[in-house]
Design a protein around this ligand. Structure first.
Ligand code: ADP
Ligand code: NI
Length: 218
């Protein structure tokens, strides 16, 4: 697929496909998460480079086969879609490689992004997990899964393997310590590191305030 017009058409169809699948998803992984990740990835790429088609396709498709949203036995929806829109084999592989490297797998589990495109999409997904949006998504996720908001008797756990991270069902506030506050030091690109700073500080302020109100100090 090398003509610009063809690529634009594939992106348009992919956007419509993903929008229809994710519309109204209630755990913070809805269409608007995908939309923000795509826009953040394109913005980061203005400074960091990378292949725009691969970046945009991977951002749009990055949650289609997420372990939280489908059963393990289901065939890859991403591969089926790439096949359906007739993306070249080489590009299919590059898009799938990016998606396979995006996800966070636990505080102590390394998640290396090996290409510029993977670094950018991983950073975009992580930026959307922090700051005001990150806070909102996390409580949406916790509510959707019926988790308690906070329980002072259940401390956070630093997961050292993906299986344990997946099984975790602790209170929502713990997720800030198990993942969200760690993300600013797990970014790849200078551009995203700069963008993360204010988002990170905002979460720290929120947590301090949450604790102060919990203790009736303010
Ligand atoms: P990634 O996008 O790296 O795969 P996830 O999909 O696991 O990350 O998480 C995306 C968002 O979903 C998190 O940033 C958070 O807002 C929410 N989330 C995931 N797991 C939990 C959890 N155990 N408790 C609260 N929120 C969660
Ligand atoms: Ni995501």
């Amino acid at each position: 697929m090398n003509s610009n017009i063809q690529e634009k058409e594939v992106i348009k169809r992919t956007e419509a496909h993903v929008k229809q699948l994710f519309d109204g998803e209630g755990s913070g992984h809805d269409w608007w998460h995908i939309y923000r990740v795509r826009n953040l990835a394109l913005k980061i790429s203005e400074k960091e480079g990378g292949d725009l088609f691969i970046i945009e396709m991977a951002a749009l498709l990055h949650d289609l086969d997420d372990w939280k949203l489908k059963t393990e036995k289901e065939a890859s929806r991403t591969e089926a879609w790439l096949h359906q829109v007739q993306v070249d084999n080489d590009q299919q592989e590059r898009i799938l490689q990016v998606i396979s490297e995006v996800s966070f797998k636990g505080a102590e589990v390394e998640t290396l992004a090996t290409t510029t495109e993977a670094k950018i999409v991983q950073d975009a997904d992580r930026l959307d997990a922090i700051g005001a949006i990150g806070i909102a998504r996390t409580f949406a996720y916790g509510g959707n899964k019926g988790r308690s908001m906070y329980d002072p008797e259940t401390p956070p756990v630093m997961h050292n393997n993906f299986e344990a991270y997946k099984k975790n069902n602790g209170p929502t506030i713990n997720h800030f310590y198990e993942k969200l506050l760690l993300l600013k030091d797990r970014l790849n690109t200078v551009t995203a590191i700069e963008m993360a700073e204010k988002r990170h500080t905002y979460m720290e302020t929120f947590l301090a305030r949450f604790c102060a109100e919990w203790d009736g100090e303010i």
